[in-house]
Design a binder for this molecule. Sequence first.
Ligand code: NAD
Length: 362
Amino acid sequence: MTIGVPKEIKNNESRVGMTPGGVFELTKKGHTVNVQSKAGEGSGFFDKNYEKVGAVILNTLEDIYTASEMIVKVKEPIEREYPLIREGQIVFTYFHFASSEPLTKAMIASKSICIAYETVEDEEGTLPLLTPMSEVAGRMAIQQGAKYLEKPVKGRGVLLGGVPGVAPGKVLVLGAGVVGIQAAKMAAGLGAHVTILDINMKRLRYVNDVMPPHVVTEFSNEFNIRKHIKTHDLIIGGVLLKGAKAPNLITRDMLKDMRPGTVIVDVAVDQGGCVETTKPTTHEDPIYIIDDIVHYSVANMPGAVPYTSTMALTNVTLPYVLKLANLGWEKATESDDALRKGVNIIRGEVVYDEIIETFGWN
Ligand SMILES: NC(=O)c1ccc[n+]([C@@H]2O[C@H](COP(=O)([O-])OP(=O)(O)OC[C@H]3O[C@@H](n4cnc5c(N)ncnc54)[C@H](O)[C@@H]3O)[C@@H](O)[C@H]2O)c1
């Protein structure tokens, strides 16, 4: 098969859909891999690195789409790419169709085969191609939170780890899922006191088993949240209700109970956020302040660390890319239940029920 790796053109996106390691594996199996010139630069992979393992470097986005049977990328196609996608072409990437009707309509019109990273789902119901990005965002949340707790950027002026003779900072983590556990682990590593809340007792038992004693679990309810926001310096939002908007666990009126300079990092912003005052921000302008509370709510946190994120993403996508290339999409999805769940649109027909429901097309 001929596989194309375009350079991402979405604003501030420096990740790339395939590393030279991936090209190496595909060319070894006799596939051709076209990589757009400079596609990997933002993640530290240069044209010469790709060429060395057998990639064909093509200059333009148009060249890549024209010459390739399967496109492997990171973000959803954007308008300039719509007319380049053609009938029967496989596009394997994050799509998040439910959040964009124009994109969905454009992909229906293209008659391509759209396989979405975010809906590949294993037998335990987890989303293996989303997990690494939650891991990155969870770990980053503490790094960002620690930075914005500094006084010159309007934070409380607290050093999370404390120093001998001074108590460490306190971190409240809402949700003990992938984001929450990674955040708790980073905060604990810095020496902060961590309280982690969830409604899932299984998750809390797990956290309690594996974390050090300065990570404390509590059941998530309004009473406990109201109690803890008064004393914690940094609050991480990592709550997810699958397929639904995140619940507003912290409402606007609760901000006045927090100490000025408290920092909220609402990682769940991409699902609407678990704080009423959350609105999406960008890496150029990541924070805003309401009632003296610093809000950080960047919707694509992993984009700021493309070296790590590209590796983390491609580690999990490559086995599926190989399967699609070796078997073709029909046989590959027949033989792999997880990958089959990733198929969203086939030659103009939407086959993923939640998209149909979202747009009321049933
Ligand atoms: N901003 C970004 O760049 C970025 C990156 C990756 C993930 N995310 C988002 O982060 C969020 C969390 O992702 P995840 O992979 O950790 O999800 P997850 O499913 O692993 O974890 C979510 C947790 O929230 C818990 N929860 C549900 N209701 C709760 C409540 N009322 N109180 C406390 N906990 C509750 C669930 O029991 C679960 O343990 C998602 O919205 C995801 O899309 C954002």
